[in-house]
Design a protein around this ligand. Structure first.
Ligand code: NDP
Length: 308
């Protein structure tokens, strides 16, 4: 029977922490973990800021530990993705392939994906000079030239970080001013290895087998020029993974899940949210894990409430 007390959708730090708490509360959670469980941290190398690991821990290892911990207390894993949900009744329905899973309570922890430019060449060179993660790939660019695209805090942070390796970092931004916080901007503006190309967009990523340059278009005068780079890092924000929720739950104008009461309660009673699919500001493993804990406790309280 596919009926459960609690279904968790997503298996990053938020979903897995929710699973650990729900399992330890004897709620026998089912987690729909995706095809590659572990969320964004499975694509990172060393994680140095997750408390409890003074020497650091590799991202995939950290996630493997969380999976084991959730399994130990009785979480059931389904390695597939949710196609759609139906939250109209007291029993929430979660559709996965040809299966329909039902639960009184659902925790949404599907995270967010990196926003891409939408160029064909960006897909062609992904992993061959195009990256969304300076932390993961920066070390490959020792004494090389790279470009970072974007004008937010991520672009500032990634650019500064990349100057530890690269001899030159261009920031290509489509406006004449950054959106990033002042302190982050100042660090960039003071860094002699960084050159900013304002009012410009990437119109093409150039290369044969790996990236060798960019075609940059000035958005004011439409002039195009080539820029020689060995790598390009996209830091143009994130898109919450909420497509499968359309019409079922309150989302904000950017598609993030709305919290209407407390810390994790969504617009649908019995449905809770945790992690980057709600929190576009902090986007940290530890904050997502903390919110996963809160969502599990809120779900538990909901299941124990006389209303339910
Ligand atoms: P943001 O959404 O803040 O910034 C995205 C940037 O990319 C903007 O400058 C935007 O341009 C640009 N952009 C968006 N789409 C395109 C496109 N198609 N082509 C070219 N440029 C594009 O995302 P971030 O990831 O930078 O930050 C997300 C959140 O995380 C923020 O709240 C931030 O404060 C936080 N954060 C905090 C950090 C810290 O405090 N250490 C570090 C990193 C992130 P435009 O300016 O024109 O809108």
């Amino acid at each position: 029977m596919n009926k459960h007390e609690i279904i968790i959708i997503g298996s990053g730090p938020a979903g897995l922490t929710a699973a650990i708490y729900a399992a330890r509360a004897n709620l026998n959670p089912l987690i729909i973990a995706g095809f590659a469980p572990g969320g964004q941290l499975i694509n990172t190398t060393e994680v140095e800021n997750f408390p409890g690991f003074p020497e650091g821990i590799m991202g995939p290892q950290l996630m493997q530990n969380m999976i084991k911990q959730a399994e130990r207390f009785g979480t059931t894993f389904v390695y597939d993705v949710v196609k759609e949900v139906d939250f109209s009744g007291n029993n929430k329905k979660v559709m996965v392939g040809s299966q329909v899973y039902e639960a009184a309570s659902v925790i949404l922890a599907t995270g967010s994906s990196y926003r891409m430019l939408g160029l064909e060449s960006e897909r062609k060179f992904f992993g061959r000079g195009v990256s969304t993660c300076a932390t993961c790939d920066g070390a490959f660019y020792k004494e090389k030239t790279v470009a970072v695209i974007g004008g937010g805090d991520s672009a500032m942070e990634e650019s500064n970080f990349l100057t530890k390796f690269a001899k030159k970092v261009y920031i290509v931004h489509r406006k004449k001013e950054f959106k990033a916080s002042k302190i982050m901007q100042q660090r960039v503006l003071r860094n002699e290895k960084i050159e900013i190309i304002w009012d410009s967009e990437v119109s093409e990523i150039i290369g044969e087998t790996v990236v060798t340059g960019l075609k940059i278009k000035n958005v004011i005068n439409q002039e195009e020029r080539a820029l020689n780079v060995d790598g390009v890092f996209l830091a143009i924000g994130h898109i919450p993974n909420t497509d499968f929720l359309a019409g079922q739950i309150g989302l904000d104008e950017k598609g993030y899940i709305k919290v209407i009461e407390g810390h994790t309660k969504t617009t649908v009673p019995g449905v809770f949210v945790a992690g980057d699919v709600y929190d576009f500001h902090y986007q940290q493993a530890i904050t997502a894990a903390g919110m996963g804990c809160m969502a599990a406790l809120d779900a538990q309280a909901y299941l124990e409430s006389p209303k339910y």
